[in-house]
Write a protein that binds this ligand. Structure first.
Ligand code: CAA
Length: 325
């Protein structure tokens, strides 16, 4: 098995920063690469906040926190990943963008470096095929929030070598995670089952089966889920869920992966970078943020924090303008 000491993480978003944290926590040296300084700053802030809470709760000393942060190097330069034994890519679910990155990394890194993708819906082989190291290429799919969720899906393509697979599997275990092996099919195990469930919740809302609150409550209290489907959709991100659903629909051409009629509108602000991103639920944090949605067409001009989320949901289903504000 290959010896892993230094791990490169590409992308410092929600998943990338969480991955960098758990990898550094397990004692590895980490190099995190982003395309803009503000994304690096955001990633560092997220990790620092998590660790500060751990120190406050007495789970970690201030010295341990400083040491852990000292193991992470932040960079805008792809070349800084040259010394990594393993590179974990956690950028946006955009195949051409990922392929471009892998082509560059393949030219840059020594042959022994193993590449893994944290993709949640693309096939790993679609990325491995643009490199000359398909045998040293696998998938490692983490779950949000990465420091909390125990599962990692280890994805083995038809070309992943036995040695790479075993190295990556043991690496996942060394992070304190519980790995499962999944075939290189779009969505692997979890999203294959989770996405149709989340999309069905939207369909149930559209069909008037229940309100956002009642559907969430039903699944939490009836099935002991920690979050209802709408809270989970907002937690994963409507834009991310929408991207995943479309990729899986393209792959399988099965109705159960087709984003429901309204979901494109719901995720529209997030996809286009509009602010704030749409959402089904109002968490206490969101409730504190006062937002005014104005719509000349239907007269929806309200303080978002004065509306129950079910009313916002109703209004959003009927009023595209609300999604834009
Ligand atoms: N990052 C790090 N730690 C976090 C966290 C975050 N974002 N959110 C919560 N935690 C920690 C808290 O610090 C707390 O730890 P301690 O008890 O040790 O202090 C612990 O998690 C529990 O948190 P809370 O008491 O605040 O809240 P909770 O009990 O409701 O748990 C939750 C929060 C863990 C997120 C829980 O609601 C949950 O498991 N939700 C479901 C999450 C899920 O399904 N994730 C998978 C999404 S699918 C995906 O990621 C893959 C994909 O491709 C789409």
């Amino acid at each position: 098995m290959a010896n892993i000491r230094t791990v490169g993480v590409v992308g410092a978003g929600l998943m990338g920063s969480g991955i960098a944290q758990v990898v550094a926590q397990a004692g590895y040296s980490v190099v995190v690469r982003e395309v803009e300084q503000r994304f690096l700053d955001k990633g560092l802030k997220a990790i620092d906040g998590q660790l500060r809470r751990a120190v406050e709760k007495g789970r970690m000393s201030a010295e341990e926190k400083a040491k852990l942060l000292g193991r992470i190097k932040w960079t805008l330069n792809l070349e800084d990943l040259k010394g990594a034994d393993l590179i974990i890519e956690a950028i946006i679910e955009d195949l051409p963008l990922k392929q471009e990155l892998y082509r560059a990394l393949d030219r840059l890194c020594p042959p022994a470096t193993i590449f893994v993708s944290n993709t949640s819906s693309l096939t790993v082989m679609a990325m491995a095929s643009v490199t000359d190291r398909a045998d040293r290429f696998a998938g490692l799919h983490f779950f949000n929030p990465v420091p909390v969720m125990k599962l990692v899906e280890v994805v083995r393509t038809i070309r992943t070598s036995e040695e790479t697979y075993r190295t990556v599997f043991e690496f996942a275990k060394s992070l304190g995670k519980e790995p499962v092996t999944a075939k290189d099919n779009s969505g692997f195990i979890v999203n294959r089952l989770l996405l149709p469930y989340l999309l069905d919740a939207i369909r149930a809302l559209e069909a008037g089966v229940g309100t956002v609150e009642d559907i969430d409550k039903a699944m939490m209290l009836g099935c002991n889920h920690p979050m209802g489907p709408f809270t989970l959709l907002d937690f994963v991100g409507l834009d991310t869920s929408y991207f995943i659903a479309n990729i899986m629909f393209e792959e399988y051409r099965e109705q159960r992966y087709a984003p429901p009629r309204f979901s494109e509108r719901w995720s529209w602000p997030a996809i286009t970078g509009g602010s704030p991103a749409g959402g089904f639920t109002i968490t206490p944090a969101r409730r504190r943020r006062s937002r005014t949605w104005g719509c000349d067409a239907c007269g929806h001009a309200r303080q978002a924090n004065m509306l129950p989320s079910s009313e916002i949901a109703e209004a959003r289903l009927t009023c595209p303008e609300m999604n834009r504000s």
